[in-house]
Write a protein that binds this ligand. Structure first.
Ligand code: IPE
Ligand code: IPE
Ligand code: MG
Ligand code: MG
Length: 324
């Protein structure tokens, strides 16, 4: 079975089980909309791929860990789209949860999914209390304080923030949790897998910033131009588009190099490269360069962000491995 099919099956099974019987209908529908609306499922697949690379011996535990990561991710998107944050009407090509169901239900759907993530882990980990504790701690680090999603989103409320720290927290941390979860669920040390998650996660957010400028609602399934609209610090704004593309390439190359020695190294490297092309297609970069061929130097736009004093040091690339 492919990793994506395995992910979808595990998500459906765990969702039905965790919702139980008799919960409020509208809340159930809102939570279903949040999870089953066509996400790329990169985090759970990453968790499963690492588990396999680590000689997976408890597939049910891997599945639960993968599902918990995706529930957390979906919850973060529901809250991120709400008027208090990015005020977005579309996500994954559909109405956002608060648009389709109301703000109170979106708030509760996100809350419900966060609790459900821990519930799924608890139910699956009873036979392996040691691994369960590791998985709980690992997930908490990816979503909490000081460096997880909640902290990352909260940097938007500060007057100054470091762009790299902001991106690593709001997006990178859950990728680190995803690679580490695969190892922990298989009873292996997680440390060797953290750098892969970190580079991939940061690359993912840089790609999101690039696509926010170069993409459109039809190709993204969510509105483009949101970073400028919401005055969010972004790699495209800090480095210029060309610089952001080179930074993305560097991070992808580093992600490939960070894969630990294992039987699945070539397969994982291939996965990283495929994901890189999916995220920032070569055709997208070529199109941008063609349109800007006459422009000698485009100075990054000055930000009007509420956290405008972004330190560039942490995002400035060394020699870029520009394959684009
Ligand atoms: C979007 O994540 C938000 C970011 C952290 C950049 P994804 O691009 O993984 O979203 P889905 O799950 O595929 O919709
Ligand atoms: C979302 O970041 C990261 C989360 C923790 C939810 P963005 O706001 O940049 O992502 P999109 O563009 O809405 O998916
Ligand atoms: Mg946001
Ligand atoms: Mg957003």
């Amino acid at each position: 079975m492919s990793l994506i099919a395995r992910t979808e099956q595990a998500l459906s099974q765990h969702f039905e089980l965790a919702v139980g019987i008799g919960a409020p209908q509208k809340l159930q529908a809102a939570m279903k909309h949040a999870v089953f609306s066509g996400g790329a499922r990169i985090r759970p697949q990453l968790c499963m791929a690492v588990a396999v690379a680590c000689g997976e011996d408890e597939p049910d535990l891997t599945n639960a860990a993968a599902v918990a990561l995706e529930f957390m991710h979906c919850a973060s998107l529901v809250h991120d789209d709400m008027p208090a944050f990015d005020n977005a009407d579309f996500r994954r090509g559909q109405a956002t949860v608060h648009k389709a169901f109301s703000e109170p239900l979106a708030l509760l759907a996100g809350d419900g999914l966060i609790v459900m993530a821990y519930q799924v882990l608890l139910q699956a980990g009873r036979q392996h209390p040691q691994r369960l504790m590791g998985l709980m701690e690992n997930l908490t680090r990816g979503v909490g304080l000081p460096d997880g999603i909640v902290a990352g989103q909260a940097w938007e409320c500060e007057t100054t923030a470091d762009l790299g720290q902001y991106q690593r927290a709001k997006t990178g941390a859950l990728f680190v949790s995803a690679t580490c979860a695969g190892a922990i669920a298989s009873g292996k040390p997680s440390e060797p897998w953290a750098p892969l998650g970190a580079f991939l996660g940061e690359a993912y957010q840089v790609a999101d910033d690039i696509r926010d400028v170069l993409g459109d609602i039809a190709s993204l399934g969510k509105p483009a131009g949101q970073d400028v609209l919401n005055a969010r610090p972004s790699s495209a704004q800090a480095l210029g588009l060309e610089g952001a593309i080179q930074h993305f390439d560097t991070l992808i190359a580093k992600a490939g190099d960070a894969i630990p020695n294992c039987n699945s190294r070539d397969m994982l490297r291939q996965l990283v490269l495929l994901e890189s092309e999916r995220l920032v297609p070569k055709s997208m970069c070529d199109g941008y360069r063609k349109r800007n061929a006459h422009v000698k130097f485009v100075k990054p736009a000055k930000s009007s962000s509420s956290i405008a004093k972004v330190h560039k040091s942490s995002v400035t690339s060394s020699t870029p491995h520009s394959q684009r």
